[in-house]
Design a protein around this ligand. Structure first.
Ligand SMILES: NCc1[nH]cc(CCC(=O)O)c1CC(=O)O
Length: 311
C-alpha cells in the first residue's frame, strides 16, 4: 500500500437504483478490503441514467443504445469519476476506446427467478407474464405459447409491486439482483441449463479510463479471472451475433479447468423458432464464441436472423 493510495480518494460512479447502489457498495467494500484501506477512500458518486428516467415503456421499444451507460460514460470521460460500476449485462459490446474493463467481480448466481408460480410448467393456462426482456419473453413463449407477455419495467421493487397489484400472474427477475438486495428468498430459481440466462448476467463490471494507470492498478486487485473469462466470452458471442440486450439471446458459460463450455440459444421474438448450440474452447480463445455465433446464425431461419446483424 503506497502513500499515494492512502491520500487519493477514488471516485466511484454508479446509477442510483437500489440495486446499482448495492453493487457500488459491494465494489467499494471489496476494493477497500483488497487494499487494506478504509472504505471512506472510495467515494460513491450516484448519477441518474436515462434508462432510470424512462419507466413507462419497454427499453427495446425506445430502441436507444447506452441507456444505462451514457451518463456514467460522460462523467468518466470528463474525469468526474475514476471508475464506473455497471451490471455487465447492461453494458453494450461496443465501448469507447477510451475505456477499459478494470475488473469483473466474482459472478453471483446466474439464474433467473420466476415469481408468482413454482415453475414454468406450473403457470396457469393462458397466464399473463410481465417482463420487458425479449429473451425472457421468447423463452417463455417457446415453452408456453399459451401465455401472454406484457411489458413490465422499472426497478426490482416496482416490478414486485406490479405483480402484487395483480397486473400479471408472474414475472422474472435475476437471482443475482434479488440476492444483492437481500431478497434471496423471493421466487423460484429456474435451472440455468434449461433456462439459459442473459449474456453477462450476474456480473459486476468496473470500467476506468484506459490511460489511468493508477485506477487500473487499483481495480486489478478485485478482478476475478474466471468471471472475467466468462463475461468476455459471452460479450464476444453477443458481438458475433450482432445482438444487444434487446435481442433474444440466452447463454450459459461454465468454467472447466482452463476451458469454457458455452451453451447458447437464439430465438425469434415470439419464441416459435429457436436454435441452440454448445461449444468448448480455451478460456482465452476469442474465436471460440465467434465461431459459435456464426454456427447459430448459419442454422437460424429468417424469423430469427432478422434481429441479428452478425459480425
Ligand atoms: N436489465 C436490468 C438488470 N440489469 C441487471 C439486473 C440484475 C443483476 C444482474 O443480472 O447482474 C437487472 C434486473 C433483472 O434482470 O432482473
Amino acid at each position: 500500500m503506497t502513500n499515494d493510495k492512502q491520500l487519493h480518494t477514488f471516485r466511484l460512479g454508479t446509477r442510483r437504483s437500489p440495486l446499482a447502489m448495492a453493487q457500488a457498495e459491494e465494489a467499494r467494500d471489496r476494493l477497500a478490503q483488497a487494499h487494506g484501506i478504509d472504505p471512506a477512500h472510495i467515494e460513491i458518486v450516484p448519477v441518474t441514467a436515462s434508462g432510470d428516467r424512462i419507466q413507462d415503456r419497454a427499453l427495446a421499444e425506445i430502441g436507444g443504445k447506452a441507456l444505462w451507460t451514457k451518463e456514467l460514460d460522460a462523467w468518466l470521460e470528463a474525469g468526474e469519476i475514476d471508475f464506473a460500476v455497471h451490471s455487465a449485462k447492461d453494458v453494450e459490446t461496443q465501448r469507447p476506446e477510451l475505456f477499459t474493463i478494470g475488473a469483473i467481480l466474482p459472478r453471483e448466481d446466474v439464474r433467473d427467478v420466476l415469481i408468482g408460480a413454482d415453475s414454468i410448467a406450473a403457470l396457469p393456462q393462458g397466464a399473463i407474464v410481465g417482463t420487458s426482456a425479449p429473451r425472457r419473453a421468447a423463452q417463455l413463449l417457446h415453452a408456453r405459447p399459451d401465455c401472454t407477455v406484457i411489458t413490465f419495467r422499472g426497478n426490482v421493487a416496482t416490478r414486485l409491486a406490479k405483480l402484487a397489484a395483480g397486473e400479471a400472474n408472474a414475472t422474472f427477475l435475476a437471482a443475482a439482483g434479488l440476492k444483492r438486495l437481500g431478497e434471496s428468498g423471493t421466487g423460484h430459481p429456474l435451472a440455468a441449463e434449461d433456462w439459459l440466462p442473459a449474456p453477462a448476467q450476474a456480473a459486476i463490471m468496473l470500467e476506468c479510463r484506459a490511460g489511468d494507470e493508477r485506477t487500473r492498478d487499483f481495480l486489478a486487485a478485485v478482478d476475478h479471472s474466471p468471471s472475467r473469462a466468462q463475461v468476455l466470452a459471452e460479450r464476444a458471442l453477443l458481438a458475433g451475433l450482432g445482438g444487444s440486450c434487446h435481442s433474444p439471446i440466452a447463454v450459459l458459460t461454465q468454467t472447466e479447468g482452463d476451458e469454457l463450455v458455452m451453451r447458447a440459444a437464439i430465438y425469434s421474438p415470439d419464441g416459435a423458432e429457436h436454435v441452440t448450440g454448445v461449444a468448448r474452447f480455451a478460456a482465452d480463445d476469442k474465436r471460440g464464441p465467434a465461431a459459435l455465433a456464426a454456427d447459430l446464425l448459419s442454422r437460424a431461419v429468417p424469423a430469427i436472423t432478422v434481429h441479428f446483424a452478425g459480425a
